[in-house]
Write a protein that binds this ligand. Sequence first.
Ligand SMILES: Nc1ncnc2c1ncn2[C@@H]1O[C@H](COP(=O)(O)OP(=O)(O)O)[C@@H](O)[C@H]1O
Ligand SMILES: [Mg+2]
Length: 432
Amino acid sequence: MLFDQQGGILATMKQQLTATVVDPDLLFLPWEIPLEQWDEETVAPIARGISRHIVRFVKVNNAIYAVKETVDEFALREYQMLTNLQELDVPCVEPAGVVQGRTDKEGNPLGAALLTKHLTFSLPYRALFSTTLRPQVAEKFLDALALLLVRLHLNGFLWGDCSLSNTLFRRDAGSFAAYLVDAETGELHNKLTDGQRTHDIENARINIAGELLDLEAGGLLHPSMDPVETANSIISKYQSLWQEVTEPVVVTPGERFKLYNRITRLNELGFDVTEIKAESSDGQVYMRPVVLEPNFYAQKLAALTGLTVEEQQGRALMKDLEDFRSKHNISVENTNIAAHRWVSERFNQVVAKAPAEMRAKFTPAQLYYEILQYRWKISEESGQDIGIRPAADEYIEKVLGSKPDEQAIIGTNEPDDGSEIENTAAIRIIAD
Ligand SMILES: Nc1ncnc2c1ncn2[C@@H]1O[C@H](COP(=O)(O)OP(=O)(O)O)[C@@H](O)[C@H]1O
Ligand SMILES: [Mg+2]
């Protein structure tokens, strides 16, 4: 056996594993058996979305991996594509390795396997609602998907198969953050043409319409929703985001506020504007944000506290940190001191109130956000300001227990034929 620690190749007599971080135990999975036949001891029963290939989850040394059985060429290509996307800092699943050269006990060849790290606290869209998909939730899915598509397109990535099933959703405060899970059809270019972008978005619209029609046929779509109209809204969502991010602001003297307004809106969308290009003609100045860093609030919070959170969580937590700073009369210049105190005296202590067995329900940031919301609700109901600690105690006692675990949501391992795989039992177990 041969391996190294980075970008290494592990080889045994039979198969070969190419991986970024090598865990030798991955090689001891039953690669000589078709993935479909892996037994319950090997496979972790976690909810997954609809897929073309066989996909299973395995637990190896406390890490959970998704295994997708496909052909050598596709597995290597998708592995490389996910690696590139990770480098571009686009939200997607993390590639872990490719296993090639598989053969069964009789020596017949078996498909290659792509390994990706299970994205914790992420859910396929079908697992994110309990009875029917309601308009408000669908709206949030499409908002998150449109933002993901804009971020991918800004980086020159043409998805080719954007759909709800090829996306994973993580709770992000009151909305969702979307992650790309299936990069098989993707292409990376220096820059996309308008035609390429239009094609990609049209493809997304058709895929989403199909998915919503499927839900409707299964009685899983709220009766007030029209599947095709809902799917169509991805276009306007995408276009208004794209415009906001890329169109120049025309500023005449005395209208600098226009630029500030645009920057504020971009910040709200989660982009930090780090460079602006200005050109003047006809007495007007055209200003265009050229360098946009994603995750404006999340990065700000990370720099101050070291916490890794999603963007809207970052926004809510930064606001709470600000409240904490002003309440304790700490000056703006000393925000870093306030941040240090806020983490140790507020965030960590509040989150630690949740008993260990409830930690798999939400990420710490989402739990803190849920407690903030609860505090707001009970303060309003009682007409007085309730402190975060009593609010946390009450929330944990009365609400948290009834929430499902979302760290790695359990589904079933029903036999499937491999053509259209759907984890039916997992679908309706999450309350919305
Ligand atoms: N790393 C991962 N973390 C969580 N879920 C995953 C991961 N990889 C795959 N899945 C689940 O498996 C499903 C199918 O994966 P996908 O790559 O779309 O397969 P296919 O190419 O066959 O369509 C996804 O919708 C998702 O629910
Ligand atoms: Mg897919």
